[in-house]
Ligand binder design. Structure first.
Ligand code: MSP
Length: 523
């Protein structure tokens, strides 16, 4: 939108294929999708990656438990993540699977580079390992309950003793701290940055990066008794997808990543190991890792054993896709934990989508349909004071209809991943527009001042076009429908097009409701 066209790379975590997709997976990818769509609409060159993390003990065990070959098992489960991406309407440019050949090549190349740089040595690992987290834990982190040992995350740990290659992570402590200092925006939100920095300050030990006690992984080049530690393998996906080890491929222009979206539970891997691996390999580091919070379900921790896992597909079936997309980013400040409450979803859908936005559109478009022969009134030559106040409040920079103010504010907020704040701002403007229509009463003007009625409806049409455009990344299908009803041509739906008013006389199709209210006894 502003400034020159940039290449922007956004990623989601790659999801473990040990289980079917749930709300947490849908949430991380949704945030990345909205930002990808926003940047595309701003005219940038965007690459958006998601995929599945298929190796490691956890997946191997899940396959075993079903009596399946791990490759066959991952083929099946990976497909359900692809389907989730389609059902959630994600606009990902690629879907990576770590069992693909391109990925094994990239992992081997990165390993060899680290080895050539003297960053890897062979030793023996002895310590605690949590398969559920695919993570090693120090003795001081372990808790004991009923004779069983647990990691701080609650995952059971087991004692592991085996030959292992190590990465010299301890050598990177000071360099990492200097890197965080020099790049204050690398870890967001700020509170998470402080946590990571104090963890690094407390001391880093060398990291075990290979395993010999199971087989399901990428083989270590030159020593096939070892498979790579699944996090080294998994993190590499972000560069595999850009063609690594070839740094001359066209896609390599997207590196370094602009934002790696992750949940708070996997921040350490992305904010400590990943930049250390990259620096050790002499590769550029990502610009930002954003860690979002976790959802609970009606006040309870979500867990399979409690049987309260939220299935995103069931939510879509019940409420429709776009209300779900909207709700997840509207309800909770991105970065904080949030509670999923059905009542809140129904409230937002009925109050904000159906009443505030849906009714505004329906009233305006029905009045144009009935009283302006279904064609768009002319742009307003001489706005009144009330019009100017309305245009300013709804984010227009000036009475000529340039929507710079709202668009620029939303842009700034989305560049900081403040999805909820952007939506709050847009819905404050929508409320202003509802105030304007109530005060101006175009339905009454029809009998007293036809010219004034046409001006009011034109202003409302202009405002609706801005709302539909800025909300497009959040609710793509429904906002396309609104833009159809507003008769905005397909080629004029990006941010830059907003500065060119639609000509007078454009024919508008008959409007139809955008959102269905939920009459909900359970709410
Ligand atoms: N495979 C690793 C990521 C490797 S990235 C190089 C992984 N996969 S995962 O499938 O377990 O988790 C994926 C994401 O889901 C994480 O970002 C995690 O934070 C998120 N969530 C899992 N449960 C969640 C909630 N209850 N709420 C919000 N997000 C949650 O970790």
């Amino acid at each position: 939108m502003t400034g020159e066209r940039r290449s922007i790379y956004l990623t989601t975590p790659i999801y473990y294929v040990n289980d079917k997709p749930h709300i947490g997976h849908a949430y991380t990818s949704l945030a990345a999708d909205v930002l990808a769509r926003w940047h595309r609409m701003s005219g940038h060159d965007v690459h958006f990656l998601t995929g599945t993390d298929e190796h490691g003990q956890k997946v191997e065990k899940a396959a075993e438990a079903r009596g399946m070959d791990p490759q066959l098992f991952t083929d099946t489960v990976s497909q359900s993540f692809r389907e989730l991406a389609v059902r959630m309407n994600y606009s990902n440019d690629d879907f990576i699977r770590t069992s693909e050949e391109r990925h094994k090549r990239a992992c081997a190349a990165l390993w060899q580079r680290l080895e050539a740089n003297g960053e890897i040595y062979l030793g023996h690992y002895e310590g605690w390992y949590a398969v559920r987290d695919e993570a090693f834990y120090g003795p001081d982190e372990i808790m004991e309950k009923d004779g069983q040992k647990f990691a701080p995350t609650g995952a059971p740990v087991e004692w592991v003793r085996e030959p292992s290659y190590f990465f010299r992570l301890s050598q990177w402590q000071e360099k990492l701290l200097a890197f965080y200092e020099a790049n204050p925006d690398f870890i967001a939100p700020q509170t998470r940055r402080n946590e990571v920095m104090s963890f690094v300050k407390s001391g880093l030990t060398d990291l075990s990066i290979s395993r010999t006690s199971f087989k399901w992984g990428v083989k270590v080049p030159g020593d096939e008794a070892h498979v790579m530690y699944v996090w080294l393998d998994a993190l590499t996906n972000y560069i595999t997808a850009l063609g690594y080890p070839s740094e001359t491929e066209a896609l390599w222009r997207f590196w370094p990543a602009d934002v790696h979206f992750v949940g708070k539970d996997i921040l350490r891997f992305h904010a400590i190991y990943w930049p250390a691996f990259l620096m050790a390999a002499g590769l550029p580091t990502p610009r930002r890792v954003f860690a979002h919070g976790w959802w609970t379900n009606e006040g309870q921790k979500i867990s399979k054993s409690l049987g309260n896992v939220i299935d995103p597909l069931a939510l879509i079936d019940e409420f429709g896709l776009d209300p779900v997309r909207f709700f997840l980013l509207r309800e909770v400040p991105f970065g904080q934990d949030g509670d999923f409450q059905r009542k809140a979803l129904v409230g937002r859908l009925n109050g904000e989508l159906a009443d505030a936005l849906g009714n505004l559109a329906n009233r305006t478009l029905s009045l144009i349909q009935r009283n302006c022969e279904g064609t768009l009134p002319a742009p307003v030559a001489a706005p009144t004071e009330a019009d100017t106040a309305f245009l300013t409040a709804t984010g227009h920079a000036d009475a000529a209809g340039s929507p710079a103010w709202l668009v620029e504010k939303v842009d700034a907020l989305l560049n900081e991943q403040k999805f909820d704040a952007a939506l709050t701002l847009i819905f404050t403007s929508i409320r202003e527009a509802n105030g304007y229509i109530t005060r101006e009463q175009p339905w009454a003007l029809k009998k007293t001042d036809l010219a004034r009625m046409r001006d009011v409806l034109r202003h409302l049409h202009d405002a609706l076009r801005v709302f539909a455009t800025v909300l497009r990344p959040f609710m793509p299908e429904t906002m396309e429908k609104l833009l159809d009803q507003l008769a905005v041509p397909a080629g004029a739906r990006d941010l830059a097009a907003l500065t060119t008013p639609l000509p007078e006389g454009v024919a508008l199709p008959p409007p139809s409701p955008l959102f269905q209210k939920i009459q909900d006894a359970a709410a």
